[in-house]
Every structure is written in C-alpha cells, then in structure tokens.
Design a protein around this ligand. Structure first.
Ligand SMILES: *Cc1c(COP(=O)(O)O)cnc(C)c1O
Length: 372
C-alpha cells in the first residue's frame, strides 16, 4: 500500500514532544552531579505517591527488584508459597524464586486475562496440605487492567496472606476512585521504557501506606543500611533508581495523565470498530485500564501476524508461553485443576499497536486491516 510501517510503541514521538524539558532535566543533573540518590529521586517519589494516592513511594532499580525487595521486606523466603498467575511476564515468578520462596501457578480468567479467584482459592487450599506455607499472593494487572482486588484481598484475609500487587503494566490505572498503588497493601511498578510510564533505562517503584515497611524498603535498596551508609542492619541490595532516570520521569509524569486518557480513547475506538469481528478486551464497570497493551483473541494468529507485517502493521504476542510451561519453571506447583486457560491464551492472544501518540490515520489503518 506504500505506507511506512507503524510503530508498535512509538517512544520517539513522545520524545519529540518532551525533548526540550528532558534535555533541561538531564542538564540539571549533570550540573549538580548527584548521580546517586540526588534531589530528583526524592522529588519523584513525592510526586509518584501524590499521583496514585499512596502514603509512600520507594523508587528502585527496576520492576523485578521492586518485587524481590517487597518479598524480602515481608520476610518471605524458603519454605513459603507465593501464588502467581500462570499468564504474565516471567519476572513475577522469577522474583519469587530469587527471594528463596516457591511460586505456585494459578490459572487466569478467560475474559480479563487476570488471576482466577476460583483457581487461587483451590491452589491455597491444596498447598496448605503440603510442607509449604502459603504466605503471599501476587496478582498481576495484566496489560494494564487491575486484577480483582476486592475478591483477592478477601481471600488473603481469610487465609492470612499478604497481597503484593505487580502493577508493572498498570501504573495510572484505577478501580473506581482508587488508583493502582492503593488497591493492595503493597504495589510494585516498572519504568522499563515500554511500560505506560517509562524512563530511558531501567527503573521501578514500590507503593505502600505502611511506614514500617516503607522504611525497611528504603534500607534494603541501599545495602540494608541503618543509621548511615556504613551501618548495615540487614543483608540488602544495590537497587537504587539513577538520578538521571528520576529527572526524566519527573518530566514524563507531567504528561502522563493526558497520555493515559489518550490510551483510553484509542482503546475505545479500537473496541467499537473491532467488536463485531473479534473478541475485544473485556472492560469491567468501574475499572480503568492503563492500556499497556490492547489485546485480542484469534484462532488464526500466525497468518494474521504475517499479513499484518506485510501491510506495515506490527502485531505482538504477549505471551507465547505460559509460565508453568517454561523450562526453568515447570517443576513448581500449579493449581489443582491446572492452568488450562493460561495455556489456551498463550496460543490465541495478539496485541495491537498502542501508545498515546498513535495518530488517527494509523488507528484507521490498523482498524481497516483487521476489518477486512
Ligand atoms: C515488566 C514487568 C516486570 C518487570 O519489570 P522490569 O522493570 O523489567 O524489571 C514485572 N512484572 C510484569 C508483569 C511486567 O510486565
């Protein structure tokens, strides 16, 4: 058709808009020279907490570390079972293993792609009969849509478990008037460049209202520091967010509310145009997704992706292999009735180009291609 290919996520388009402010922000860091834990890091933490309504925001090196640090702060380790969905990015389970605990794979809901409450309940009951001790649930807000926190928090209190929300894809999303960051006692997020709020490298953060936990996390991310740098009260990590990344995020955070609104409006346009031909993402009343991905289901995926590519339209598969079927993870326990939905989804999901700077012309191109 003589068209240039569309970008799946167009970071260059965003950079073009924010360039002067980002240049200035980086320049300021180079001038003051406080590359580690500089003033921008603390400013960012304040703004992030304000934005999502959590009392504390603790920045760290990436979204995977955010999960490991949280598990460590909760004293979860060897002998402990942590319930994770079988359909997510590998980091959710990887963090559990690296904290010394055992991930237990729970199936997901066919419509929301998020943790199935029934499967979770059954998995907890079955693990409770083993040597492992159920300690924590990590719901993932897949593709930006919050998990069913009402039900999950209830199950957690029934079995006396922690809820650690993996909000790596959902910063900016909400249920009713509560944003991600307030939906669970602890929430993590990622600032990997392609996430809804991304920096220009790796970055992450943890949100909580619990001051004791927040202080523990602040210590753990800097080598388990006590009163000062050379007083070490626990075995910690080197997991700080670079000052330059914090400075970039401060600029991007200002544009973020408008960007989330753009994503929501593009998702609406996609859904109303494609609902007849495809099973479009399920949108629950009261739920506002951050639309990290816009994901359809199709039983003719391989052919569709190939034809789309020829038409300059990139389609991506998140995720092609469910976690319980990954080589490094296939020995860990799974929910009693299996993770069949996760497995099925891994074979039929396909994600469309989605970013706040996707032009109407490109949206139309994607829709026209998928509609004929
Ligand atoms: C991206 C992602 C992570 C990890 O974040 P990093 O910053 O890349 O370490 C964890 N969980 C989920 C669901 C993710 O999508």
């Amino acid at each position: 058709m003589g068209h240039d290919p569309i970008a799946f996520i167009d970071l260059a388009a965003q950079q073009k808009v924010l360039q002067p402010e980002i240049d200035q922000a980086i320049k300021t860091v180079l001038e003051h020279g406080q590359y580690i834990m500089g003033p921008e890091v603390h400013m960012l933490e304040e703004k992030l907490a304000q934005y999502c309504g959590a009392h504390h925001a603790i920045s760290c090196a990436n979204g995977t570390d955010a999960l490991v640090l949280s598990l460590k702060a909760l004293n979860i380790g060897p002998g402990d079972a942590v319930f994770v969905p079988a359909f997510t990015f590998i980091a959710t389970a990887e963090a559990v293993v690296n904290a010394g605990a055992t991930p237990v794979f729970v199936d997901v809901d066919e419509n929301t792609f998020n943790m199935s409450v029934t499967s979770l309940h059954n998995a907890i009951e079955s693990i409770a009969k083993t040597k492992l001790k159920p300690r924590c649930i990590i719901p993932v807000d897949l593709f930006g849509q919050p998990a069913d926190y009402d039900a999950i928090n209830k199950i957690a209190s029934e079995f006396d478990l922690y809820v650690l929300a993996d909000g790596a894809q959902s910063f900016g999303a909400s249920i009713g008037d509560k944003k991600v960051g307030q939906l669970a006692p602890i929430t993590t997020t990622s600032f990997f460049p392609a996430k809804p709020l991304g920096c220009y490298g790796d970055g992450g953060a943890i949100f909580t209202n619990d001051e004791v936990l927040a202080n523990k996390l602040r210590s753990l991310r800097v080598h388990g520091k006590g009163l000062h740098k050379y007083d070490n009260v626990s075995v910690g990590f080197n997991s700080r967010l670079d000052t330059i990344q914090a400075a970039i995020l401060l600029v991007k955070l200002k544009a973020f509310p408008k960007e989330i609104a753009e994503r929501q409006s593009i998702a609406k346009i996609y859904s109303s145009a494609l609902a007849e031909k495809f099973e479009v993402p399920n949108s629950l009343a009261e739920y506002q997704s951050a639309w990290a991905q816009y994901t359809l289901k199709t039983d003719q995926r391989a052919g569709l992706i190939e034809r789309a590519k020829a038409a300059g339209i990139p389609l991506q598969v998140y995720y092609p292999i469910a976690l319980h079927q990954q080589k490094g993870y296939d020995a860990y326990p799974i929910a009693p009735s299996g993770c069949g939905v996760a497995q099925k989804l891994s074979q039929c999901v396909v994600s469309l180009p989605m970013h706040p700077y996707l032009s109407s012309v490109d949206q139309e191109r994607v829709i026209a291609f998928l509609s004929h």
